[in-house]
Design a binder for this molecule. Structure first.
Ligand code: GCO
Length: 449
């Protein structure tokens, strides 16, 4: 089995660097009866939306198996677990609190706490209650205020037992993929809607931050953004400017307002009918001080010029993951160093997601996912390199703890370090999990020596 290792002096091997595994509510929980339907339930029910026609009604049945899953997390030797709360498990359509649903998270956080594992809670990982979408979803400004109320309820219940609260996971996905590209729920295709949803998601974040600080004063509060370095398909001026545009539109659109109180100047260059409504005072609400920035990284993206805009060029050369994504670890160092240099006020960073899907085959009860182990090895080295270049990075979370519902790809893509047999709900450590486990346990034992 391949071993994971880092240079002896690496900051990642020091006590205060946190390692964890990550999941999200809709992707693992199941127990649809215990919550309100979300936009993803609606989306899954529409023919043709999900590759294998599947849904999240059962998923990994984590709500029923959470204690065993917690034991599994503990056995890996991690310091932390990142998971999300399902809004519709906490607040019913009539506005009342679902006490049983809320208790699920209270028990989980208490048990993690007792096990000495930090809880890193994400409040919104895409499963908007359908009852809010019925009132316009993220196109309705009121949803941002509803989010702050929801954040209040969750943070009152979980308080400072949680190490960190992230408001929104990847607003790029909930805005662009969901309202502009049409590939995520609710599946709209409209540029103005994409920009408006992005604005309301950032507003929701800004409205929730002071609430979280009040209810959990010693926890850390921030947001999780996804980044992909944008590279030109050729060295023509047109392609280079397309790649720059993509970088601004996909990466900086979300970070820039948080750190500078302004959208990138590209906003004013969009057609008037594509520009979102921004009320006075919104930018001040959005630009709350951040204790941390969560960075999700999977791959780089290549763009070419198309009608003075950008169009992505899917990679064809190996090594690719099952998603068709190029394995490009140096892109993680590149984007982190780039952000560090571009924003003097960049907060400390957690890598909140990083991982890959490969065709996992069970052979005599084992999964020899050498490519995934290599992926982790190389990306951990990329994080190490970014720290050496001066980026303040506090922790790293592998995506994902276990195979789960991969959105529009259904169950066809396995991102787990733990294999899930969806017929029996059995969990099986892949070789990558064993390699990470060995790496994490060795780090722990050195700390205690
Ligand atoms: C994300 C998504 C995850 C996906 C992962 C792989 O935050 O990007 O949260 O839910 O499963 O990115 O595509």
């Amino acid at each position: 089995m391949t071993k994971i290792s880092l240079p002896q002096h690496s900051k990642l091997l020091q006590r205060d660097f946190i390692f964890g595994v990550a999941t999200s509510s809709f992707q693992i929980e199941g127990d649809a009866a215990g919550r309100e339907p979300s936009i993803w339930d609606t989306f899954c029910a529409q023919p043709g939306r999900i590759k294998d026609g599947s849904d999240g009604l059962v998923a990994c049945e984590h709500v029923h198996h959470w204690q065993a899953d917690l034991a599994l997390i503990q056995s890996l030797g991690v310091d932390a677990y990142r998971f999300s709360v399902a809004w519709g498990r906490v607040i019913r359509a009539d506005g009342s609190i679902n006490q049983q649903g809320l208790s699920f998270y209270v028990h989980l956080v208490n048990a993690l706490h007792d096990a000495g594992i930090q809880s890193h809670v994400t409040l919104y990982h895409w499963d908007l209650p359908q009852y809010l979408d019925d009132r316009g979803g993220w196109l309705n400004r009121a949803t941002a205020y509803k989010f702050a109320e929801y954040a209040d309820i969750v943070s009152r219940a979980l308080g400072d037992k949680v190490a960190s609260y992230a408001t929104i996971n990847e607003p790029f996905c909930s805005a662009y993929l969901s309202y502009e590209a049409g590939i995520h729920a609710p599946g709209h295709k409209n540029r103005r809607e994409g920009r408006q949803a992005a604005h309301h998601l950032l507003l929701a974040h800004g409205l929730a931050m002071p609430v979280l600080r009040k209810n959990a004063p010693t926890a850390q509060h921030g947001i999780v953004l996804n980044f992909s370095p944008c590279h030109p398909a050729s060295n023509s001026i047109e392609d280079e400017s397309a790649a720059n545009l993509a970088h601004v539109y996909h990466n900086l659109w979300y970070l820039h307002p948080l750190l500078t109180r302004e959208y990138p100047s590209l906003l004013s260059k969009l057609a008037a009918e594509d520009q979102p409504t921004i009320e006075s005072g919104d930018m001040d609400i959005i630009a709350q001080p951040l204790d941390f920035l969560g960075v999700n990284y999977y791959t780089r993206t290549v763009f070419r010029n198309k009608n003075n805009w950008f169009s992505d060029v899917p990679p064809t050369q190996p090594p690719l993951t099952c998603m068709g994504w190029e394995i490009y670890p140096q892109g993680l160092t590149e984007i982190l160093v780039n952000l560090h240099k571009s924003y003097p006020n960049l907060p400390p960073v957690y890598i909140t997601e990083n991982g890959a899907a490969f065709p996992d085959i069970v052979e005599d009860g084992s999964i020899h996912d050498v490519q995934r182990t290599d992926y982790y090895q190389e990306h951990l080295k990329a994080v190490h390199n970014a720290i050496e270049s001066g980026v303040d990075i506090k922790g790293y979370f592998a995506w994902s703890l276990m195979d789960n519902f991969e959105w529009a790809e259904g169950y066809t893509k396995r991102f787990g370090i733990v294999y899930v047999d969806f017929d029996t709900q059995e969990r099986l450590l892949k070789d990558s999990a064993k390699a990470l486990q060995q790496f994490w346990l060795e780090k722990k034992s050195r700390m205690h020596a």
